[in-house]
Every structure is written in C-alpha cells, then in structure tokens.
Design a protein around this ligand. Structure first.
Ligand SMILES: Cc1cc2nc3c(=O)[nH]c(=O)nc-3n(C[C@H](O)[C@H](O)[C@H](O)COP(=O)(O)OP(=O)(O)OC[C@H]3O[C@@H](n4cnc5c(N)ncnc54)[C@H](O)[C@@H]3O)c2cc1C
Length: 393
C-alpha cells in the first residue's frame, strides 16, 4: 500500500508549529503536523502568555511584534475556541531614577517609530494597582500589548485548521530520522510520513531535527522559572515587567544583587483570566535540566515583593520551568535552508515565541509558497546569517 505524500509536514506541535501548520493549511496546501507528545507539551505550556512590544528593541523587532498583534486580533475573530485574549496594554515599572531616565528615552524612541508608548509617573503607577510599593518612581506603558492563554491558543488553531482547512495531526509520534530523496521520508515512533517539504518547528529541540540532515542549528535552551499565585483579590488587569527585564533579555549590564544577577531574575507579573497570577521569571543557561531550583524560586519571590510588598501573605500554589529557544542575536530563524532544498526552519524565538507565533506562521507559509512579497521582510531571519562553523555551546 503506498503511503500518502503530503505537500508539507510540520515537526513540533508547540505554538510556533501550530501557527505554521494553520497558515500553511489555510493557504491550501495539504499539510500534516507531527508532535512527539501532545499538542503544546513543550515550552508553549511552560511560559507566560504576553504579546508585548514593551520589551522589544525598536525597529524590526518591534515591527514583527506589531504585525503579530494585528494577526492575533484577526484570529480572535476567526477561530472557534476562545483562548482568553485580553487587550489591556502592558506596563513596565522602574526600580530607581536612573531606570526612569532610561525608560523615558525608550518611550521617545518607540514613539518616533509610531508605536503607542507613554511614560507613567508615580501617581499613574499607584492608580494601576493598590498592591504596588509606594516608592516606585514610575514606568511606561505600551497600549497595544495583549495577553492570551498559549495552551488554549494552540488547540484553537488546530481545531480550526483541522475542521476548515483539512490539516492532519499526528501526536505521540517522535521524529527519529529524516531521509531526503526526491521528497522526504520522516520516520517516527508512530509510523512514517512522506512529504515534499518539511518545516522544523521543534523549539529548543530543533537542533536534534537539524542533525538528522547534517545541519547545525544554533539554538540552545535558556531556562526560566515561574511561580503561580492563587486568586485572592485581583492584583491588576495588565501584564507588568520591570525595566531590568530588558537588560536580562538582551544580555546588557544591569545593577542588581548577586543572586538576582546570577539567576537572571527580573519581575514579570501576568494576571491570568481567572485572576490567579504568574510571577516570574529567571534566565539561565543550564542545558536541558528542567528541575525546579528553590534558590531561583526564592529570588523571584523576593523580586516580586520589591514591587508588590503586600503579596507577602498571598499563596503560591505551584511552580514550573520552561526552556526558551535562544539564538545569539535574539531573533528567531524563519527560513528556507539552502543546503537542503524543501527544508525550512521556524524556531529560536527565545522569550518571544507566544508573541511572534502568528507572524512566524504567516511568514513561513509565504516562504513555503515561494511568494515574492512576504508579510514581513524575511532577510533578517534567514538561517544563513549565522557563521556555518559556529555552534553555540
Ligand atoms: C518562563 C518563560 C516565560 C515565557 N513568557 C513568554 C511570554 O510572555 N511571551 C512570549 O512571547 N514568549 C514567552 N516565552 C517564550 C515562549 O514560551 C517560547 O518562545 C515558545 O513557547 C516556543 O514555542 P515553540 O513552538 O517554538 O516550542 P515548543 O512549545 O517547545 O514546541 C516544540 C515542540 O516540538 C516537539 N518536538 C521536539 N522534538 C520532536 C521530535 N523529535 N518529534 C516530534 N516532535 C518534537 C516538542 O514536544 C514540542 O511540543 C516564555 C518562555 C519561558 C520559558
């Protein structure tokens, strides 16, 4: 019996793979999504759900996020299953006057590129939430930022793509080898799949898929811890980060105590739709070790109390870790691969994969369909921007 030959196989059922499969199937191609466990069982269920520009570098980085925010608004209307989409904007708070000055400069630059940023003073911050410490000098806001539940979003994309565009989904199927002849044979623990084109959307595991075709994909895991606080009274409606988060993310110098610096901790507080809250986060290069480190948890809690001292008597109900797929220039790889025609990569989104999943999905569909005009420029995200011999360690 001959095996079906798909036009496209997408490997990895995280938020990026789901968005890629959605837009490819929507474009009319016969597509299958292959996932080794269940949908959203990787980083996309061990993270926050912020679609933010507030933490993006001005320029291309911000532009990608803005396009993604527009796409998510569109998907909010098109998809059948709700995914807790909330568009309240987000805020970034400062710890001291130096950060306040840097925040004012950040707002100026972002506004010059047409983005909806505003400076917030001490009174504005107090009006945001009664839980804030009184000595916070101020911060800034980005009006267009939003929140989703990434886990529900993955299932919502899949439900629509299966029901309306004929997407096939194969779960509990770990890809173990890929053979390239005229097309691709993808060997999995749950049978083989044939496809003319393959998209590697395996997040921090993308390098292992790359190795199957002798490719070095320079992505490494950057671990993050999150604490989940239980509902008491609403803390606030929008996502909050501290200015130091930008310093950690972009690897810039930051004044912080030893533990905070060592664990790469900066405040992120996300209110969930049920008004529990997610408190994070940390950034560490410790390989694929997903265990909880109690010292990191303590550092995050301490940082939370700096900004929200009244949280002292709130209950923390659990904690978890996830791996951000890190690239050295803080941009994802969304690209064809010259060495292996028909093979594509959509991975390496570090702390931005939730935000950038929609634009990544659409851009990948444009590239796979060989469109001359793509939704955003594809050059900055090309795989060949990395030196061939360089593999991060
Ligand atoms: C603590 C933390 C907080 C974060 N907060 C945010 C945020 O607020 N906003 C934001 O934009 N981003 C955030 N991120 C980043 C975001 O979560 C990631 O960038 C995103 O989830 C990556 O999605 P992905 O689909 O590339 O990877 P994943 O979700 O990991 O999906 C990859 C999938 O590939 C599968 N796979 C791997 N190997 C194989 C194989 N051999 N065969 C078949 N399938 C395979 C895995 O099982 C997995 O399901 C955060 C990350 C962390 C860790």
């Amino acid at each position: 019996m001959s095996t079906k030959n798909y036009e496209v196989a997408v490997i990895g059922g995280g938020i990026v793979g789901c968005a890629v499969a959605y837009y490819i199937a929507e474009s009319g191609l016969d597509c299958i999504l292959i996932e080794k466990n269940d949908i959203a069982s990787g980083t996309s269920s061990r993270c926050d759900g912020n679609l933010t520009i507030v933490d993006k570098d001005p320029g291309f980085d911000s532009h990608m996020s803005l396009v993604s925010q527009e796409l998510i608004e569109d998907l909010h209307h098109k998809l059948n299953l709700p995914f807790e989409y909330r568009k309240h904007g987000s805020i970034l708070v400062c710890d001291n006057d130096d950060e306040m000055q840097a925040a004012a400069d950040w707002v100026k630059t972002q506004r010059e590129s047409g983005l909806k940023f505003n400076v917030l003073d001490q009174k504005d911050i107090r009006n945001e939430s009664p839980f804030f410490a009184h000595d916070i000098p101020g911060g800034l806001e980005c009006e267009t930022d939003s929140l989703i539940n990434p886990y529900l979003f993955c299932y919502s994309l899949i439900e629509k793509a299966q029901g309306s565009f004929g997407l096939d989904v194969k779960i509990q199927a770990e890809v173990t080898n890929i053979i390239k002849d005229d097309d691709f044979t993808i060997e999995t623990t749950n049978g083989n799949v044939r496809a003319k084109k393959v998209v590697n959307a395996a997040g921090v595991w993308a390098p292992f898929i790359g190795k199957m075709l002798d490719l070095d994909i320079p992505i490494i895991p950057r671990k993050g811890h999150i604490l989940v606080g239980s509902r008491q009274e609403p803390v606030m409606m929008r996502n909050v980060m501290e200015f130091g988060y930008l310093m950690n993310k972009f690897g810039r110098e930051r004044i912080a105590d030893e533990r905070t610096a060592e664990h790469g901790v900066a405040l992120v507080l996300e209110p969930t739709e049920s008004q529990n809250f997610l408190l994070g986060s940390s950034r560490q290069f410790v390989g694929y070790d997903s265990s909880i480190d109690i010292q990191v948890i303590q550092t995050i809690a301490k940082r939370g109390l700096r900004f929200f001292p009244k949280m002292d008597d709130f209950k923390i109900i659990r904690s978890y870790t996830g791996f951000r797929p890190f690239t050295e220039d803080n941009l994802p790889i969304v690209s064809d691969v010259e060495e292996v025609p028909g093979f594509y990569i959509a991975a390496g989104h570090e702390g931005d994969g939730i935000c950038l999943a929609p634009v990544t999905g659409k851009l990948t569909a444009d590239i796979v369909n060989e469109k001359s005009e793509t939704i955003i420029p594809k050059e900055p995200l090309r795989f060949n921007r990395f030196e061939k011999s360089k593999v991060l360690s």
